[in-house]
Ligand binder design. Structure first.
Ligand SMILES: Cc1cc2nc3c(=O)[nH]c(=O)nc-3n(C[C@H](O)[C@H](O)[C@H](O)COP(=O)(O)O)c2cc1C
Length: 192
């Protein structure tokens, strides 16, 4: 499937260690001539860390996509009524955002985007990246796995010895996961 001209939302949440890989995939989407709208959670757009400065990440997203990132709940809200996206990817998705999404909480631009997009019965793809995937957040991931229109980029344990509850998505599978979700399918195998 060609992604040329597809309207793809890429929603950043605060898993900063993943951003380098996320930007590599963003470049690939741009090369495919997808129309990419980025959205940043409050944490993603304000927290500076050893992985880089929030302002630089926002600038880089705009440079790659040519589109201004959405940074507020009011900016993200029209995704619903105007049906702006073919697919939304939470890329990367923190444990915090997973927990809120599973419980119907809508207090960041990314969660507003997800709620607005899901009202149109269109696919939401999740790229998990969290140290508590096999702990406190397992129940929330389970709820989302069993929810209509929600798909996952395949994921697995990244460091079972040192971080036994941590799981992370294989971000390099973004494009085939998008293609499958746009056809209403979960890209398999989901656990790898
Ligand atoms: C340097 C740094 C790295 C972080 N990495 C992760 C991560 O990989 N996964 C995660 O779930 N939370 C991570 N966090 C915590 C989240 O940023 C925090 O829970 C935040 O409230 C998430 O908000 P959001 O989900 O709205 O973006 C990290 C925080 C910092 C400061």
């Amino acid at each position: 499937m060609s992604l040329k001209g597809k309207h793809i939302g890429i929603a950043f949440t605060g898993s900063f260690c993943t951003y380098e890989k996320v930007f590599m995939e963003l470049e690939k989407l741009a090369a495919e001539e997808a129309v990419v709208q980025t959205i940043f959670s409050d944490a993603a757009q304000t927290l500076n860390s050893r992985f880089g400065n929030a302002a630089d990440f926002i600038r880089k997203a705009e440079e790659i996509t040519g589109v201004k990132p959405m940074l507020t709940i009011p900016q993200a809200e029209p995704i619903g009524p105007k049906s702006l996206l073919d697919i939304l990817v939470i890329f990367p998705c923190t444990g915090n955002t997973i927990a809120k999404l599973a419980n119907g909480i809508t207090d960041t631009p990314v969660l507003m985007a997800a709620k607005a997009h899901l009202r149109n019965n269109k696919p939401l793809l999740i790229s998990i990246s969290t140290n508590d995937a096999l702990g406190m957040n397992m129940k929330n991931i389970g709820m989302l796995l069993n929810s209509k229109h929600i798909y996952f980029i395949p994921f697995g344990q990244d460091n079972p010895e040192k971080k036994p509850n941590s799981m992370i998505a294989h971000t390099d599978l973004l494009i085939p996961s998008i293609e499958a979700a746009l056809s209403g399918r979960q890209y398999q195998p989901i656990i790898r």
